[in-house]
Ligand binder design. Structure first.
Ligand SMILES: [Zn+2]
Length: 119
């Protein structure tokens, strides 16, 4: 057996699934560094405002989507432990597009589902 590995509390979850690792009051309180597959919810479960996380494309950019039903578009968290978010995340910037679903803690890239949809 290998030596004992210390695992932070937020990794005590099976499959290393995407999940919510914390809550903050305001968007500017989201930490610069987040654990792998960890999302931070701004607001509360009852009154969610934003969901912030590092994009799974691993180029190091942050994604922040509105959970406020007054905003258009906005997203809905279906599950918090095995994180599920609807609809898909579609991040567009000049140099890249990151389009994927977060379902039951996993990332499903849209081009795996939809096919050649990039035009
Ligand atoms: Zn990305």
């Amino acid at each position: 057996m290998a030596g004992i590995v210390r695992i932070p509390w937020w990794q005590w979850t099976p499959f290393h699934a995407w999940r919510i690792v914390g809550f903050v009051e305001a968007a500017d309180e989201v930490p610069d560094r987040l654990p792998a597959k960890g999302a931070v919810l701004v607001g509360s479960i009852q009154h969610p405002k934003w969901l912030a996380f590092d994009c799974p494309c691993q180029t190091g950019h942050r994604v922040m989507v509105s959970l406020d039903p007054q905003h258009n578009p906005h997203w809905i968290i279906l599950k918090t432990k095995l994180l599920s978010v609807a609809p898909s995340i579609d991040y567009r910037a000049a140099e890249r597009r990151c389009h994927y679903f977060i379902r039951r803690g996993r990332i499903i890239w849209a081009d795996d589902v939809i096919g050649d949809d990039y035009g």
